[in-house]
Design a protein around this ligand. Sequence first.
Ligand code: AMP
Length: 394
Amino acid sequence: MNTPVLFTINAGSSSIKFAIYEVAAHLQELARGQISAIGGHSHLTVHLRGALDTHQEIDTPDHSSALDAILAACAPLLEGHIIAGVGHRVVHGGTAYTTPVVITDQVLDALAQYQPLAPLHQPHNLAGIRAARHAFPDAVQVACFDTAFHRGHPWVNDTFALPREYYNRGVRRYGFHGLSYEYLSGALKREAPELHAGRVIIAHLGNGASMCAVKNGISVGSTMGFSALDGLPMGTRCGQIDPGVLLYLIQEEGMDAEALSDLLFKQSGLKGLSGISNDLRVLEASAEPAAKQAIDYFVFRIRRELGAMTPVLGGLDGLVFSGGIGENSARIRREVCAGLDWLGISLDQDANNNNARDIGTGAVRVMVIPTDEERVIARATREALEGHAPSGKQ
Ligand code: AMP
């Protein structure tokens, strides 16, 4: 008998991350992996449960052929299974989609309208959806949005101080990394319900980085805004910037939109500041003063946001670190928390150095929780399969 499995797909500009789950009483992860450098000579890594990682070099001209390569690599695993559902990470759900939604032609058209809001991500997410609909025409396909977790933002955190017509036209603080925050908030609900019911700041610190103020499980503030550029500096993105700088670059340096986009998204952040790398591991290992300065700026901005979010929450019960940096860099966590005893934040240095789950000793519980965006997508897809069709609004 064919037992059902579901796929999750997170399609970026030149990569697809995926995971495969068996739909049993609990979602059992069978495999996860990634194909990178789509559009040329690609590298496919598959981690099968209970086996060593496999690596493969393969030419993939587009997302469709990349998905074919993933399916071919996973074919032995998929024997005796039927792919019943496919869940997709979609960066932008606009103001309309506040929950996951089953993908139809109309939904796909609606999501395409959001491409100008996230030009570097949305078109690739949609390419992944088209490739998957082609590959699995009979599967239920579900879109899960990075913006959805933040849609309950209070108005003051949702708007810019522009004339109101801009807000009405969709120029809002959407906030991103919502799938990660949803996972982490769910983890708190299970293992630290008093925190879930309280006032928590979650720092998702990876190559993309943001922070979210969560009260009673609901996002009340986020550092990312209209785009995934705002807030913290990131691997290559600038984070918060005075808009006057942009006017100056346009008026005095003759930059056009394309050049600005490249500067702000790809040449800035840790990479731009250090002149060395966007990768924190490389910067931590470097003796160059510019590497330390880039790290100092990253830490400085995290601490500023921590201070800014605490009164928004009306106090602080918990601080959660996640993402590749938040989960692994004892140095960043130590520097972020240094001298914050007055706020109730102090660290057990041994626990911090060991990336332990609980690393705080003060009144504020400080935790390190690995995120799992794929599992959030898988859960939403399973719900759709079970007939609780997500009913994202349009
Ligand atoms: P992500 O985008 O969540 O995969 O995170 C990527 C970032 O995490 C990169 O800047 C990595 O350098 C950083 N990272 C991963 N592992 C470590 C580690 N052991 N120590 C410091 N940074 C790390």
